[in-house]
Design a protein around this ligand. Sequence first.
Ligand code: SF4
Length: 346
Amino acid sequence: MFVIDAASLTKFQTCRRLYLLSTAYHPRKWRPRSLLSACLRDAIYQVSNGADPVLAAKDARLRFMQTAADAGLDMPPGGDPYRLAKDCCAIIDVIPRCVAKLILLTMQPAPDLELEFDTHWRTLAWADDSSALHRWVFVDRIDPERIESEGHSWYVAGDVMLSRTPMTLHFVELGQIRKGRMRSPWTQAYYLPALRNGDYHFRAKSGAALKGQWETRYLADDTHADVNEWAGRAWTEGAAVTWMQHVNVTVPSEDACAATTQMVRNEARDMRRAVDGQWSREWHQYPMARAACDGPFLPCVFQPACYAPSVVNLSTIPLYVPRGHGTINQQLAPPSATQPEREVSA
Ligand code: SF4
């Protein structure tokens, strides 16, 4: 059975080399944002299915720290991975506690869809009890352009149009990595140094940002912080809901869905020919897609291979690891069963 999904189709259309290389290898190290997103999705999946948010956050923190220690984090030289990991763990502590205050539906993996008798489309979004799809997306900042680009991606358009099922997109604003630290609204509160009680807030009662004499307090740097109180206050002050946005995606007309399904079917045949070696057995015989090398958000993880002066055998260099059996690039299905993509930026 040949299985494709939004991730593999996106790679194939971006660069044939990228698709072929990523079917066989993944980078040894994780990009911090990718690992953070993967751990948060795991935690939210568990919370949606009734898990205690405190325990779900603890599991996600453990997974983040363990993976960061074993595989390593892909950081610029000179960066402090432990400090960055602590920042990410603080975010993992807060978000599941706040998400648990939303009305959540029970989730399960959505079923695969048959494209042809031996080719399936794997739906990466989760399905609720009514079969409606849900996808959680973690972004630097929620803005109309980001929402629109996500809506037009295969992750959304592919899943919605091939399954003819509406989707709810759940955006969560994470903030950015700046000067080696993960600066997120979820883990930044404000206090007045002149007040001795050290009381802190996330925003003014009017909803405005706290500026002027207010100074920033970072959760990751505060060993005495009560995370439950922190998350509760972010919620009751109304700040947490502004860092999330839920967008409904409806199913386009049947004509559009049928045309898209046919397009995906054709692409799947080409992907199969590439993987089976009917076009070429070697990844380096495909032309480079140089416009994609620097990526829309991050540089391609296979640049060290493609830009080497001679052909590289990826199994001989320590930057990459052969994909294990069952490695799946999903949004995610049940967390224990999946190994999400390391190179995605979302
Ligand atoms: S480095 Fe460029 S050419 Fe090579 S796989 Fe990545 S996008 Fe394709």
